[in-house]
Design a protein around this ligand. Sequence first.
Ligand code: PLP
Length: 461
Amino acid sequence: MNNKYSAEPFRIKMVEPIKETTRAEREMLLKNAGYNPFSLKSEDVYIDLLTDSGTGAMSQEQWSAMILGDEAYAGSKSFYKLDAVVKNITGYKYMMPVHQGRGAEQVFLPQLVTKPGMVYISNIHFDTTRAHVELAGARAIDSVIKECFIMDHYHPFKGNFDLEKLESIILEKGADHVAGIIMTLTNNSAGGQPVSMENIKAVRKIALKYNIKTIIDGARYAENAYFIKQREKGYENKAIIDIAREMCSYADAFLMSAKKDGLVNMGGLIVINDDEALFNKCKERAIPYEGFPTYGGMNGRDIEAMAVGLMEALDERYLKYRIDQVRYLGDRLREAGIPIQYPIGGHAVFVDCKQVAPHIPPHQFPALAVCNALYLEAGIRAVEIGSLLMGRDPDTHENVPTEMEYMRLTIPRRVYTYRHMDVIADAMIHVYEHRNELKGYEFVYEPPMLRHFTATFKIKD
Ligand SMILES: Cc1ncc(COP(=O)(O)O)c(C=O)c1O
């Protein structure tokens, strides 16, 4: 769709007022939150860019479908509607809903961990994925291309696997110690960067050679498919759903947080290609954790909304609007000289805080410092994706060294307008111009796992 005069492909029918606060109020609110933006009340946030997860606006079709939601325990009509949609998109045989992405992880990931000393390999594990790998008794190893860490270097598919490294990890660990290969599409932690079909295919080839299962972490699979259509030769004229189906054809399982490309506020999926025994094991584990496999922690209304949302997220006009809006924000920052992950990813703009605040060492969390400065400046809440999020090595308890010190400006789907993007850009440019005044943080409280969610801090003198 290349219409010369195109804006948001929707009209706004319902609005939620947002509050403005003074700088003095924000200083107090942030202090009371232990300098951790996760602990702010959302009503004290003017523009909320913490996450794109479950924060999108639903369409009138989704809201009206919700009224059809029936009791969802065993074999409801809502379940069979979702079942048909998911099988149509993935081409897989078995599926069950779960309450969100991490529900899928906690049911599925332990199934392939059959002995001590096993690893999962991913382009980059998302943080909850990493946590569930570790809870399952395995270890998480990342194998993303090195271009991913060169912020200003254009690569159309910066989320790609480093195939040589992937194979060498398999050889080093022994194929029978690799529980699975998780393809994170798009690669959230790398800046919402896509993975090419060529790379997905090559990963599958390596996995088949060593008899290892491949799993898609499909939270943003539709955005990944859109990038393939835009950037990969041979896909220009394919329908997004066909690209998605082809991506799925190279995996054994598809785990999804539907709070992103399912366009719902809550929901997830475990979808299994053709391994019935594996599906049965997932069903057994789902019952005590998520609920009976035809509702998986969800109610009928949310299942209905998900069945509609999954198809809406594959609409090319919607995807164009979505990706263009994120790029607009990124372009404004880049024009002002702010170092960002380039090209701009699917769901967020990632600001390189290693370059913004080189005077703050990793263990004082430079990206947290930038996030907090942006909140103080304009009431905008962003999130740290760096040393704080990476946490500690479960064996050595040392801080995990990481190349990434990002602030993620995550754009919710169908929620904010281009004017909001301008306000974000203006405020961020101001923070950047005063970057020398930024200070680091130290822990007051550090939780043992997933520490970034609930840690508290004080400003380092
Ligand atoms: C790539 C990826 N995988 C898994 C998850 C976990 O999903 P959820 O938040 O629904 O538990 C997320 C959430 O942000 C994600 O981005």
